[in-house]
Ligand binder design. Sequence first.
Ligand code: PEP
Ligand code: MN
Length: 341
Amino acid sequence: MFILLRPGCAPEDRARILRAVEEAGLAVQVSEGHHRIVIGVVGEEDLLRGVALETFPGVESVIRLRPPYRLAARETHAEDSIVSVGRTRIGGGNLAVIAGPCAVEEEEQFLASALAVKAAGANLLRGGAYKPRTSPYDFRGLGEPGLAILRSVSRAVGLPVVTEAMDTRHLDRVAEHADMLQIGTRNMQNYALLEAAGRARLPVLLKRGRACTVSEWLCAAEYLLDAGNPSVVLCERGLVSFDPAVRNHLDLSCVPLVKRLSHLPIVVDPSHGTGRRDLVSAMARAAVAAGADGVMLEVHPRPEQALSDAQQAILPEELEALVPELRAIQEILRRNPVGIV
Ligand code: PEP
Ligand code: MN
């Protein structure tokens, strides 16, 4: 940590700052320049957590060197984490292809989707029983009956399933029927839900808040890890955009950035990330090229009949064409790892 003093900081103010740091058990190194004085703090900066140094007279600014998350940080865990969901492994050079419809609509639709995505090469099934919708009059999911369909279809086709838990009240029920819990973009900063999911014994897919920084996202992951759940996968799904041409602005630069900052696997959802079926495959390829550990894709056998997010669902045939391309791109990266991280 560095404490930058204001020009002309009074000697008694400077002495008070030094005393506060030393009383917390840390050493100081004072550098006096021509115009400014910088105090270098040597030691565990967490010891100063309760000391609001910014409020001390004479302090211009405080530069903290440690990120506000710990367990999620690459510096505390150098190796890439690998998260297992059933027999599917996410991270460590495995390509996760998470696919399925936006929502579980009824058994026949979900079974047809599941069989189609499995045949196309998906290794994880998706589908929402509880759907967060902007308008309360839109289809909000089947709820509990949807969970039962999820479970029976997942068993029938032999793919583990990820589904969203929107609320602490439903979390246990969702956890009984799912292999992986999804925390959606709107709930990334719902700390009660994060704590509950952190206590669950299931891996968690944590979507990035639609207007959240990478640091806030990693702090949200920290809640899960801190509550005792080591199995966290991050999912970039697009940020609010000023341009109505796309539903969201997919931030692919966050992929190599997250790889640098964290050991957690990261997947990308270009379906919500663009909101347009014609852009999904290109952005999925770009995501894997950027170093993502997988993709999450909305696939529907009859998009024109989908009850939610019809405009961004790709067809099973498109997934089938895409999966070998993604594998080929990942293979290129495996052979040329320089420059990814
Ligand atoms: C979803 O995956 O269906 C979903 C609602 O995603 P998001 O939270 O990213 O909008
Ligand atoms: Mn959706």
